[in-house]
Design a protein around this ligand. Sequence first.
Ligand code: NI
Length: 138
Amino acid sequence: MVYITRRERFTAAHRLFDPKLSDAQNTEIFGGCANPNWHGHNYEMFVTVKGEVSSEHGWVMNLKTLSDILKEKVIGKMDHKNLNMDVDFLKGVMTSTENLAIAIWNQIEGEIAKHGAQLHSIKIRETENNYVEYFGGK
Ligand code: NI
């Protein structure tokens, strides 16, 4: 079993908030990510897939294919967008980095399987000091 990783970057706006709470209460819970007039992050994402190395091609999966899947299903929909408002697969989702990783997993898992590899993990860095890793499941 070999693991290969593709890095992608996207820039996006978002806001973490509970609509039932006041702006002050949201700021108390979510800090700067609750700013009522939005804010942005330069996200960095690492998508790792795993599989057997093909004796024919010498690869687990064509990285160009992986890149194309990520562009079509994820980056093209999220880059320079408002994650709360513009992204079809994030409707009604609290746009925490944890939830982004889960939603992105659900977007691409089936597509990667079609190309003979298995999705292993999604790592998303929201800031220099914080990142999330998701390996599927609960
Ligand atoms: Ni934020």
